[in-house]
Design a protein around this ligand. Sequence first.
Ligand SMILES: Nc1ncnc2c1ncn2[C@@H]1O[C@H](COP(=O)(O)OP(=O)(O)O)[C@@H](O)[C@H]1O
Ligand SMILES: O=C(OP(=O)(O)O)[C@H](O)COP(=O)(O)O
Length: 403
Amino acid sequence: MALRTLESLGDLAGRRVIVRCDLNVPLKDGVITDDGRVRASLGTLRTLIEAGARVVVISHLGRPDGEAKPEYSLAPVATRLGELLGAAVAFAPETTGEATTSAVEALSDGEVLVLENLRYQAAETSKSDEERTAFAEQLAALGDAFVSDGFGVVHRKQASVFDLPQLLPSAAGTLIETELRVLDRLTENPERPYTVVLGGSKVSDKLGVIEHLLPRVDNLLIGGGMLFTFLKAQGHAVGKSLLEEDQLDRVRGYVRDAEARGVRLILPTDVVVASGFAPDAEHATVAAESIESTSFGSDGIGLDIGPETAAAFADVIASSKTVFWNGPMGVFEFDAFAAGTRVVADALTRVDGLGVVGGGDSASAVRALGFDDEQFGHISTGGGASLEFLEGKSLPGLEVLGW
Ligand SMILES: Nc1ncnc2c1ncn2[C@@H]1O[C@H](COP(=O)(O)OP(=O)(O)O)[C@@H](O)[C@H]1O
Ligand SMILES: O=C(OP(=O)(O)O)[C@H](O)COP(=O)(O)O
């Protein structure tokens, strides 16, 4: 079956349309540091506004774990959306309930309302089908049709992504369409050599994709918070660096599998180790197998790949024909630990072929480091979602749209 697109919903004038976006943007002290995901949502929203729909935008932000934590409020995002649309955007401080229902009823044709963070409700991410369905039914009561456009979250079997589209006439928005068009080029006979670069901090999520990527790629480069589980699996001490202790056997299996398949699985040879997790932490560059050799000893924490590794990664990337990169190479938010990410981003801009960056933080990293979106083949709004798509998996949020 083909993906259902907006046209399949027919005339939307005067109809209440719920749009699931991924407005999970980075915030610092309540201020959005990168509005890329808000901008990416504009295409679909403008189309619906022009069609005269009454638009109800829903999204998550971060992982508040079912609690209404104010630092995860979507209120600043609603304000930014209004600025970018050049129109008033209303905000409902509750996701469901009487006040929210009234706010939806008060919408005129072409107006937009943003609801508070879906993940303030534990049911949004619940493993129980009943709990998710009950929440999805409450959301469905607010709309006549549903548009799924949060590409970054289509790999999640969550109420607003998987259950809600089954309760209303539903279709994909234009962001999802665009993302799939580009990512298809990475799955259908990618030009070789094909290199995937992995980093970031969602280590447990993303280690799992390696198993399915190994049969598909020529080179797999491991940086960011993920690299320490590999180093530990090889018997090296990693101080207080990010570590998935229960994944060590699995990672050893990946190394063996890569060897057997002739895939180059390239690990860092040097690492920047810091005295603590802080922008002004003391730091030193050491060999990857000697992380605890600095004066910080076993308190040392690896926050970036070293310059030798960055140069080696850059060589492999720049000589590849197809590259997908998800996950910053280090804690780029702190200047002292941004060098590895900068070198990798720069190499990606030099790929003679298709170079794709994917992920909320990866996209925000390249922009924060001064690169323009146009320097890359594509900047995907989804990291985990893209990776699972590249694995060839069927994703819950796409399956329900007919994909
Ligand atoms: N060595 C490291 N230790 C801790 N965090 C890291 C390390 N390297 C990168 N990170 C963090 O990873 C985060 C992004 O990870 P992730 O969410 O997986 O990426 P994306 O959003 O692009 O998919 C960044 O905030 C960055 O600071
Ligand atoms: O930021 C996101 O994913 P990404 O970090 O993989 O790009 C999405 O908003 C999904 O968030 P989640 O990984 O908390 O489900």
